[in-house]
Design a protein around this ligand. Structure first.
Ligand code: DX5
Ligand code: ZN
Length: 225
């Protein structure tokens, strides 16, 4: 199966956001990944609602907002209002996970649970069930906060383990696996083979000359599977 490719805007030229987004859409991106950081949950600040709202006018790509914030419940309605289609919250900061995910769905968005490389997959136990309120898991393969970091060891094995758990407890394909962190043409095939269905790619596209060729090459890594 060919993966969906979700470029992470953070890795591109933020002084030319609108142009970069249009170029990514033309290059064959499937989804636009938007990294929202609050300076508390992660040691960095990026952009939030007004910027997302402004970008909504320049592209038809679905918006996948990854909330790296301590209080994700605070602005859920607003993310829907500004045009987000997928919304993920971190399991590490969600004490009422079912409620939060159900709320995201009620607002008409796909509900995702993001999980850091250092968090045991057992943190997902409660939502890996046939009546799961989650549409996808966002498996981090770097510690969130910055684009262009190094892949954290064991990431591929965690993807494979999660795929097995979803197959056993929820049903194959019922919860999608999105992977985020240090993916590029060279390791995308491994991630897809392990079970990744959506690949977030930042510097793995931004640092290449021909984004269209890079996105095609990433998609092709899943072609024969
Ligand atoms: C990390 C972010 C990622 C990041 C990806 O905190 O969640 O989405 O921008 O960038 P690369 O692909 O360069 O690791
Ligand atoms: Zn992200």
């Amino acid at each position: 199966m060919q993966p969906l490719v979700a470029p992470s805007l953070l890795a591109f030229d933020l002084s030319r956001m609108a142009d970069e987004v249009r170029a990514l859409e033309a290059a064959g991106a499937d989804v636009l990944h938007l990294d929202v950081m609050d300076g508390h949950f992660v040691p960095n600040l990026t952009f939030g609602l007004p910027v997302i709202e402004a970008l909504r006018k320049v592209t038809k790509l679905p918006f996948d907002a990854h909330l790296m914030v301590t209080n994700p419940d605070q602005h859920l309605e607003q993310y829907a209002r500004v045009g987000c289609n997928w919304l993920s919250v971190h399991v590490e900061v969600c004490p009422h996970l079912h409620r939060t995910l159900a709320h995201i769905r009620e607002l008409g968005m796909k509900a995702g649970v993001a999980i850091n490389p250092g968090t045991s997959l057992s943190a997902l136990d409660a939502i890996l069930a046939p009546d799961s309120p989650a549409d996808f898991v966002l498996m981090m393969t770097v510690n969130p906060g910055f684009a262009g970091q190094k892949f954290v060891g064991g990431g591929m094995e965690r993807i494979a383990k999660l795929r097995t758990l979803i197959g056993e407890r929820v049903g194959s394909g019922k919860i999608k696996i999105e992977v985020d962190g240090s993916l590029k043409v060279e390791n995308a095939g491994q991630a897809v083979a392990a079970g990744a269905e959506v690949l977030v790619v930042g510097s793995g596209i931004a640092a290449t000359k021909d984004w269209k060729a890079t996105i095609s090459a990433i998609k092709a890594t899943g072609a024969s599977r």
